[in-house]
Design a protein around this ligand. Structure first.
Ligand SMILES: *Cc1c(COP(=O)(O)O)cnc(C)c1O
Length: 375
């Protein structure tokens, strides 16, 4: 019997595949593939989750009132400029659906967040991918690809998977160059990990640019990936229409109340982010000393430009009980985890370099292991 016909696009889009863990090993793999917080929730958050649990015979607050009030207070923006979703990916899906008139195009850098092409294809929006330059957004090139069909431009800042940032002045000039008829979404999923001059959020640009929306998430710095909550800040009229495109009751009661609790414990959570940033420096500095070329990451992961060796390196790490994310033919993204997890990754990377150096020397060549990672 033949199965009923479904949209042809479903044959071509990739479903999300978690990275392969270790094979044939009994050790717990070190989870460095999904950019999660290595810290379990603070007691105050666990309490909020337990309290919310006793009310789930009722539907959640469809307007996410308490959470929106807490976000509004945290950022000093009006409540009607905020939309909450079941993870910021749900809001990205809403954005794509909201612009998906026939012939619509979305422009974004590549490589960038893996879900953009999938959400575009599902919504029937044409993707225009603009190559990164030196692992960083090339905003001039992105501007040059904006046409009368472009309805959405996404800037992932810091960029997943490379960790690079564009600075606030560069971003301001870029937003000013985009026609007001085209939405600009700045995906700031990793904003809390940015240090230095780029640590200014695009939120400050929203008031002057009604076509700008900024996406944030509770999944990374706030440690609530398993509960699925994210939000968007933008112009009140845009937000009002985007809210119509969201599923009703999408953000569950437990997620709403845990996110409110997380904002109340922001100071402690941001100290945990500081420790992740310190680990990021340690991991990157160690790798650079050992001959790896690693772009300056402002997120909770580092990017190894392994080119054709990406998949091999991912399998190598898996065989040493470290789960990383390989992008075939391009590179490998390694999350910053606990110090112990990071040490195990650094040991795996070292062994890989030594094994390759041996192989290279055996073949009578003189290239260093680290140089081979270029590309
Ligand atoms: C992790 C991530 C998100 C967050 O997704 P949620 O759905 O909120 O968990 C959004 N954008 C990027 C670029 C990410 O890497």
């Amino acid at each position: 019997m033949s199965s009923p016909p479904l949209r042809a696009v479903l044959e071509t889009v990739a479903s999300y595949k978690p990275s392969a863990g270790a094979h044939g090993s009994t050790a717990r793999p070190r989870p460095l593939s999904a950019n999660e917080s290595p810290h379990t929730p603070l007691p105050g958050i666990v309490e909020a989750i337990a309290a919310a649990g006793s009310t789930v015979n009722r539907y959640p607050d469809p307007g996410c009132g308490a959470l929106i009030r807490a976000i509004a207070k945290a950022h000093g923006v009006a409540e009607d400029r905020i939309a909450v979703g079941a993870g910021s990916v749900a809001l990205l899906q809403t954005l794509f659906q909201a612009v998906a008139d026939p012939g619509a195009e979305a422009v974004y850098a590549w490589p960038s967040f893996e879900v953009y092409p999938t959400l575009a294809a599902l919504a029937g929006v044409e993707s225009v991918q603009v190559p990164l330059s030196d692992d960083t957004h090339d905003l001039r090139a992105i501007t040059s690809r904006i046409s009368s069909r472009t309805r959405l431009v996404i800037v992932c800042n810091p960029n997943n998977p490379t960790g690079t940032v564009v600075g606030p002045e560069e971003l301001r000039t870029f937003v000013e160059s985009v026609p007001p008829t085209c939405l600009v979404a700045v995906d700031e999923a990793y904003h809390e990990y940015v240090r230095g001059p780029a640590a200014t959020s695009a939120l400050g640009l929203c008031a002057a640019h009604p076509n700008l929306v900024v996406l944030r998430t509770f999944s990374k710095a706030y440690g609530l990936a398993g509960l699925r909550t994210g939000y968007l800040v933008g112009d009140a009229q845009v937000v009002e229409r985007l809210r119509r495109a969201c599923l009703p009751f999408a953000v569950n009661t437990v997620a709403q109340q845990a996110a409110v609790a997380a904002l109340g414990l922001e100071e402690q959570l941001l100290r945990r982010v500081d420790s992740t940033v310190a680990e990021r420096h340690r991991v990157r500095d160690t790798l650079v000393r050992r001959g790896w070329e690693i772009p300056d990451s402002q997120a909770n992961f580092v990017w190894l430009r392994l080119g054709p060796h990406a998949v091999d390196f991912g399998a190598w790490c898996a065989s040493r009980d470290v789960t990383v994310r390989a992008f075939p033919g391009v590179g490998v993204r390694v999350s910053i985890g606990s110090a112990e997890d990071n040490d195990q990754f650094l040991a795996a990377a070292d062994e890989w370099s030594s094994a390759r150096q041996t192989a290279v020397a055996g073949a009578g060549r003189t290239r260093q292991a680290g140089k081979e990672t270029e590309g």
